[in-house]
Design a protein around this ligand. Structure first.
Ligand code: GLU
Length: 377
């Protein structure tokens, strides 16, 4: 049964996003493990020969940079982390380039920060670059642009980055390779816990199976991984979490073998525009709705009008993404606003025909048009 579902999911995928963690790619002394990179490159070649396209999201720049800077452990300060990433990234790229060229594949490097996902223009640009590289048969190797990424524009971890990349390629299957075998049905520390082969309906209740501990070299950790996995399954992408050091792991994935944990997508994929609004661009403010508007938005798919808004939180411009919540603070979804926070504060609770009187103009009848509104709950 499990093999059947796994094979079906692999066969219907067109683009594999392979995210590989620092713990897989580096040795104990923080140098890159060239042997494992070569093994993975050979498996990636085998995946490409099944007719699929492959995007690699590779961590390991910071870890590889530690030894180059002459440090003995992962630095704590931001400038040192950034220097490590800057020194390690070229090594990481040349390791991938050398390994993949041996099987006849060229690579292209893309380094991203959160800003590349916030702006619609930059987001489309990233999408075009990835798709164009793939159409030339080049393997994109993606990492966070750690050497310039500061808190406000940090993506956080590469699991998150990989789930965002999965949202912008055709028919994706996300494979997260880390130092652990998959998701366990209890605490990973307990001997009685067993590896779960398939999670048919991934949801937040899985958080109880993971600890918040961070990985020693990367930034993620299991809780962050699970958040990224749930982001992907919610927008229609299935995910396989497996141990990157287990023999022939990617080939096993392609044969539908029981490896790691498969998280089955919760729904059929949603349109790219709605994915971007609902799950990618981070909200800059919050609107609290009244009961009537909550029902109209959730059940009837209506636009959000000024009359249905009770509170405005945050400062934002027209076009910003905001979170919309019910009177009891349950998150309903996200949308792009037609008015700035300043204007919404002036028209809150008003019927649309009074907007002219207050603002002197009515550029839009709705505060959020339903085409720009995504119910995420
Ligand atoms: N971008 C970081 C690196 O290349 C890793 C981030 C992560 O571990 O998720 O070292």
């Amino acid at each position: 049964m499990s093999t059947y579902i796994r094979k079906e999911i692999f066969d219907s995928s067109q683009t594999l996003i392979i995210k590989i963690g620092s713990n897989v790619l580096t040795r104990g002394d923080d140098s890159l493990d060239l042997e494992i990179i070569q093994q993975l490159a050979r498996q990636i070649d085998a995946l490409i020969s099944t007719g699929r396209r492959v995007v690699v999201v590779s961590s390991g720049a910071v870890a590889a940079g530690i030894g180059i800077l002459g440090l003995t452990e992962k630095p704590q300060s931001l400038p040192e982390l950034q220097a490590s990433a800057a020194a390690g990234q070229p090594h990481l790229m040349s390791a991938w380039g050398d390994a993949l060229r041996q099987s006849g594949h060229q690579v292209g490097q893309i380094l991203l920060t959160m800003n590349d996902f916030r702006s619609r223009r930059r987001y489309l640009n990233v999408r075009n670059t990835i798709r164009t590289l793939l159409s030339f048969g080049i393997v994109p190797i993606i990492n966070e642009n750690d050497s310039v990424s500061i808190e406000e524009i940090a993506l956080g971890d590469n699991d998150q980055l990989a789930s965002m990349i999965a949202a912008l390629v055709p028919k994706p299957l996300l494979v997260i390779l880390s130092g652990i075998d998959g998701l366990y049905d209890g605490s990973p520390a307990s001997e009685n816990s067993k590896l779960i082969s398939i999670v048919a309906r991934p949801d937040d209740s899985l958080q109880k199976n993971v600890s918040n501990e961070q990985s020693s070299r990367g930034r993620g950790g299991m809780a962050a991984k699970l958040r990224a996995i749930l982001n992907a399954t919610t927008t229609g992408e299935s995910v396989i979490l497996a141990n990157g050091r287990s023999v022939d792991v990617l080939e096993k994935v392609s044969r539908g073998e029981d490896v790691g944990t498969l998280f089955v997508a919760n729904r059929t994929t949603i349109p790219a525009w709605k994915k971007w609004i609902g799950y990618t661009v981070p909200p800059e403010g919050k609107l609290v709705l009244d009961d009537g508007a909550t029902t109209a938005v959730i059940q009837n798919g209506k636009s959000l009008l000024a009359v249905g808004i009770r509170e405005v939180h945050g400062e934002f411009e027209q076009g910003a993404s905001v979170q919309i919540v019910s009177p009891s603070s349950t998150v309903i979804g996200r949308g792009l606003v037609n008015y700035s926070s300043e204007d919404i504060r002036r028209i809150i609770g008003l019927k649309s025909d009074r907007i002219q009187e207050v603002l002197g103009h009515v550029p839009y009848g709705e505060v959020i048009h339903r085409d720009n509104l995504v119910v995420t709950d």
